[in-house]
Design a protein around this ligand. Structure first.
Ligand SMILES: *[C@@H]1O[C@H](CO)[C@@H](O)[C@H](O)[C@H]1NC(C)=O
Ligand SMILES: *[C@@H]1O[C@H](CO)[C@@H](O)[C@H](O)[C@H]1NC(C)=O
Ligand SMILES: *[C@@H]1O[C@H](CO)[C@@H](O)[C@H](O)[C@H]1NC(C)=O
Ligand SMILES: *[C@@H]1O[C@H](CO)[C@@H](O)[C@H](O)[C@H]1NC(C)=O
Length: 264
């Protein structure tokens, strides 16, 4: 009995031992499995992270490339714009220079033209004076036998009407005499020996005695009772020096023929 009990005991002990062994082995298996699971998880996470990283990297890279391309394009545009701008500035500067040159030339031409015009004007004035002098010289020449150029006054030998007398004086570059001062009146009185026409009449306007240069008479040296306009007397004669010196003008019919006195 004892033995059986022992055996039984031993067996029980063995059983217990075996069970404990079994138990140990189970725990080890479980630990290994957990370790495997954790490792797998970590591995998966790693793979996930890697994939995510790669994806992100690729995306960032492509975006960066796109940006780079855009920046390059923009800089190319900028470059071409810059070149265009420079060309435009160059052209503008060239145009400005050429315009300045043109302006200078125009100013020079203008000055030149102005000079020419002034010279022509001077020449024209000169020619006009020459022409007038030439014409007067011609007139004097035709009068030379009668009226010396150096003389201020000319007293005719012929007799003509007042108008014809005046025409003669004008053809010789003068006119019938105008007596402006008492001094002149006295001087002419000293020269005149016979009755002569002078440059005074009221042909244009009856009663308004006017000199041949259209100035109205201011002071006259009329003979007593003159001018009386008897029988329409419109022209004035200077009577001979036998008359009182400051009292010797008379109005007379213009058609009467008289000697005359011209003044240059
Ligand atoms: C420069 O001048 C030329 C002709 O003279 C003209 O055709 C051109 O447009 C001008 N350029 C500029 C930028 O004004
Ligand atoms: C300036 O005058 C010259 C001749 O005198 C002429 O050839 C030239 O075209 C003129 N310039 C201008 C800008 O008119
Ligand atoms: C003006 O006259 C002078 C000579 O008197 C002549 O040499 C010059 O060419 C003339 N000027 C003009 C613009 O005709
Ligand atoms: C006389 O004639 C002059 C010149 O013709 C004129 O100025 C003046 O007014 C005239 N006088 C009268 C009163 O007609």
């Amino acid at each position: 009995m004892e033995i059986v009990r022992n055996v039984q005991n031993r067996s029980a002990t063995r059983n217990t031992f075996e069970t404990e062994n079994q138990k140990q082995t189970g725990a080890q298996n479980r630990g290994r499995r957990r370790f495997m699971r954790i490792t797998l998880c970590l591995l998966l996470i790693c793979v996930f992270l890697l994939v995510t990283f790669i994806l992100l990297y690729n995306q960032l890279k492509s975006e960066r490339d796109q940006m780079k391309k855009k920046v390059e394009e923009k800089s190319k545009d900028l470059n071409s714009l810059n070149i265009k701008c420079n060309r435009l500035i160059e052209e503008l500067l060239k145009n400005l220079t050429s315009l300045s040159l043109k302006q200078l030339e125009l100013e020079k031409n203008y000055t030149h033209l102005t000079d020419d015009r002034d010279q022509l004007q001077t020449n024209l004035t000169f020619m006009s004076r020459m022409k007038l002098e030439f014409e007067n010289a011609k007139k004097r020449k035709s009068c030379q036998n009668d009226w010396k150029e150096s003389d201020r006054y000319f007293i005719s030998n012929e007799e003509k009407s007042w108008s014809d007398s005046r025409r003669f004086c004008k053809n010789c570059g003068g006119d019938l005499v105008i007596i402006n001062t008492e001094e002149e009146q006295r001087y002419i009185s000293s020269m005149v020996k016979e009755k002569v026409w002078i440059g005074l009449s009221d042909i244009e306007n009856e009663g308004n005695m006017t000199w041949v240069d259209n100035t109205p008479l201011t002071e006259g040296y009329w003979h007593q009772g003159e001018p009386n306009n008897v029988r329409d007397e419109d022209c004035v004669e200077f009577m001979s020096s036998s008359e009182p010196v400051l009292d010797n003008w008379n109005d007379l019919q213009c058609s009467v023929e008289r000697k005359w006195i011209c003044e240059n």
